[in-house]
Design a protein around this ligand. Structure first.
Ligand SMILES: [Mg+2]
Length: 354
């Protein structure tokens, strides 16, 4: 297993299924990362089929009825997905503040992870604060932060190159914090390339990485720009904050997620991205290295089977599915679902039951 060094914390990026971890990414400036091939081909974009193969022999999830002996006695670190676990849209889920207080009072370490890259950690801190939840910035792992953390780990800054962003302000703020220059993002909102006969879009040859995150203002200009950087700039990295198929912009329906933006860039480059958000293992490696915590003492709590629970299982963590988000009990128990968490709860308020 190879690690990416630098910065005091080593992480492996991309593929991680216990015992099958492939390579890791190469340094900035080299050609495409091939690290995740086997993992990526099994995950997300191809969806449940691969996951099914991974989790085919799992025992059915059990109801958490005695949190103490079943969970709290052995777990010292909880990683919570946010949407559908902590909040739904802009409302805190009932019982969550008390549960977080309860876990902190027991000395548990808490982290909050989200694949949504539209906000930075600072942006999410604002949301937690607004919702009355006392959380520290270092407890938040947004995929925008994960992208910046990855660039730090490969010492991207030393290349003197810049980043082209498809995405929103969250990625920009995280790159500002690590001092990596970027173009694109919000400034390319609403742009259209000149496509009259003989026209060409000029691009910056100093772009050494394209980061693709969820972007409500994605357009053909951005896709063409990213295509030119990746296809024409030698060694340009292609980094995806996540591959989520759908997201929940509103409560009324599912909306096309970052998988659609990443898919557009895959389609015109033939390249596979380096994925830094769930279910890639970067965050777990970061936590294990930085806080010296054992994987067996970490529990992943989420509302999605194919990202949160798969992420936990692929990384050797305990897993709890909460039914307070997108997954119904019917979906969990369906014969079509082969991803089984260890435990299932109605909401994390169940962690406090006697
Ligand atoms: Mg969720």
């Amino acid at each position: 297993m190879a690690f990416i060094g630098g910065g005091g914390v080593s992480v492996r990026v991309g593929a991680a299924h216990a015992g099958k971890t492939k390579v890791v990414c190469r340094r900035a400036g080299e050609r495409a990362c091939t690290a995740q091939k086997s993992f990526r081909s099994r995950s997300n974009m191809t969806g449940m089929t691969a996951a099914n193969a991974e989790a085919g022999t799992d025992a059915a999830a059990k109801r958490l009825t005695k949190p103490g002996p079943q969970l709290l006695d052995t777990v010292n670190t909880f990683i919570f997905d946010c949407d559908g676990v902590i909040w739904r849209g802009d409302s805190v889920i009932d019982g969550v503040p008390e549960t977080l207080d309860f876990l902190r009072a027991q000395g548990k370490r808490l982290f909050f992870v989200t694949n949504n890259s539209t906000k930075s950690r600072k942006g999410y801190l604002g949301k937690f604060t607004k919702l009355g939840l006392p959380v520290k910035a270092e407890e938040i792992f947004s995929s925008s932060f994960a992208a910046a953390a990855y660039l730090e780990e490969i010492n991207f800054k030393a290349t003197g190159k810049k980043v082209y962003i498809i995405g929103e302000v969250g990625i920009q703020e995280e790159l500002d914090l690590i001092g990596v220059p970027y173009i694109g993002g919000e400034q390319d909102k609403g742009k259209q390339p000149d496509m009259s006969p003989g026209s060409a879009l000029e691009h910056d040859h100093d772009v050494g990485a394209v980061i693709v995150g969820f972007d409500r203002y994605v357009n053909y200009y951005k896709i063409q720009y990213a295509q030119l950087c990746i296809n024409e700039n030698p060694g340009c990295l292609f980094i995806a904050t996540n591959l989520d198929a759908v997201t929940h912009l509103t409560d009324a329906q599912e909306w096309a997620g970052n998988g659609s933006m990443v898919g557009a860039i895959k389609g015109c480059t033939g390249r596979e991205p380096i994925v830094v958000g769930k279910p890639a293992p970067l965050m777990i490696d970061y936590l294990v290295n930085k806080y010296k915590v054992q994987r067996s003492e970490i529990c992943m709590v989420g509302d999605r089977l194919d990202t949160d629970i798969l992420f936990g299982k692929n990384n050797g963590l305990s897993t709890v599915l909460t039914l307070s988000g997108v997954t119904t009990e019917q979906k969990l128990t369906s014969p079509d679902n082969k991803i089984q968490p260890q435990w299932v709860v109605d909401s994390i308020a169940d962690f406090r039951q006697e």
